[in-house]
Design a protein around this ligand. Structure first.
Ligand code: KG4
Ligand code: ZN
Length: 332
């Protein structure tokens, strides 16, 4: 089965062609980082305009790269939520148009489900597993019991982990998005140079909180003034990152232990973080658990994970009609 996956939920216009639910024939992403960079975050109106500009060339490019003609597709998968409504509508409307014109069935995909399943593009993982989904918009823990069986375990009470990275990067003038830049800076820094606070939830909770850390970084920077902290940049980046990683690792490991699940899957843009991957690998090894993470390009938003999720729904016979609407607040 040949499936086209289309993703426009936030600020990346992405399309992929997937053969038989496993072989990625093409996976293209058009990033809008340079457009949103000067604002230090995604500007929704600009994002939708950029999607409109890039969606057709990206679709064309993906099909060409895959060497596939539109009419050869067996199905199309498109993100219909959650995300920015204007951005979602671009992908969804274009896919509905193609589906109608060429008579190709399509399904709407939940962006969160696609992140949770992205790992299957590279390997099989046995169920059940604990999934940590950490991105710019979400920080969630799920117990994944099987395809379509996602049990909510915990989530952030305030900012998402990626949002904390992006906001701290903005405070430090490092540009947008901040995750990758801080990750790289931190490689040369001392993670124990500054002791930023770690939020603790009450016993039994698997929730996260990053706003206190973000405020602590702001206070630290303001108290010193730019001429002082500039010289300390790499240590601040490493110390901030260590705090984020501590706060992601602890509830995830505890959930795996308390729910008696020996497999953990990382997903979402923050799962591309080198320190998080290193720490999760260490901790799971010590406890005899298995850890799986997709390649960095499959952690951040991409069309391949949408195609994969769509493939699984299509093979179960699901087809969506043209009444399907974008749902900015879609949950799992
Ligand atoms: O999954 P994603 O591409 O989009 C959303 O659905 O949000 O995640 C983007 C987020 C951004 O906040 C970005 O700063 C963060 O993932 N990110 C990282 C890294 N690469 C991307 N955070 C930490 N370390 C990284 N290497
Ligand atoms: Zn995402």
């Amino acid at each position: 089965m040949l499936v086209l996956g289309v993703e426009t939920s936030c600020d990346d216009t992405a399309a992929a062609v997937l053969l038989d639910g496993r072989t990625v024939l093409a996976n293209l992403v058009s990033s809008q980082d340079s457009v949103h960079g000067p604002f230090g975050g995604v500007v929704p109106e600009l994002a939708s305009r950029q999607h409109i500009r890039h969606i057709l060339p990206i679709l064309d490019g993906a099909l060409k790269k895959a060497g596939v003609e539109l009419k050869a597709l067996d199905g199309i998968a498109v993100t219909f939520g959650p995300g920015l409504v204007g951005s979602l509508l671009v992908g969804l409307s274009v896919v509905k148009g193609i589906s109608f014109r060429w008579g190709i069935p399509y399904v709407g995909v939940n962006h969160l489900e696609a992140h949770l399943l992205a790992v299957f593009l590279e390997r099989d993982v046995a169920f059940p597993y604990i999934a940590l989904l950490a991105s710019g918009g979400h920080t969630l823990l799920y117990l994944v019991r099987g395809f379509g069986e996602y049990l909510y375990v915990g989530g952030t009470r305030d900012d998402a982990a990626g949002e904390a990275y992006d906001k701290v990067a903005k405070m430090m003038g490092l540009g947008y998005p901040g995750g990758k830049v801080i990750d790289q800076l931190a490689q040369n820094g001392n993670p124990r140079a500054v002791s930023f606070p770690r939020s603790r939830m009450k016993k039994g909770s698997f929730d996260f909180s990053f706003s206190g850390l973000k405020t602590a970084v702001w206070h630290y920077l303001s108290a010193r003034g730019e001429d002082k902290w500039e010289a300390q940049k790499v240590d601040i980046a490493a110390s901030f990152q260590e705090a984020v990683v501590d706060m992601l690792v602890a509830p995830t490991m505890r959930a795996a232990r308390e729910l008696g699940v020996g497999r953990i899957v990382l997903a979402g843009g923050v799962a591309a973080n080198s320190r998080l991957r290193q720490r999760m690998a260490q901790e799971t090894e010590e406890e005899g658990m298995a850890i799986y993470f997709p390649s960095p390009a499959l952690c951040t938003d991409n069309g391949a994970m949408i195609a994969l999720t769509g493939h699984r729904w299509l093979e179960r016979g699901r087809r969506d009609d043209f009444g399907l609407n974008a749902d900015a607040d879609l949950t799992l």
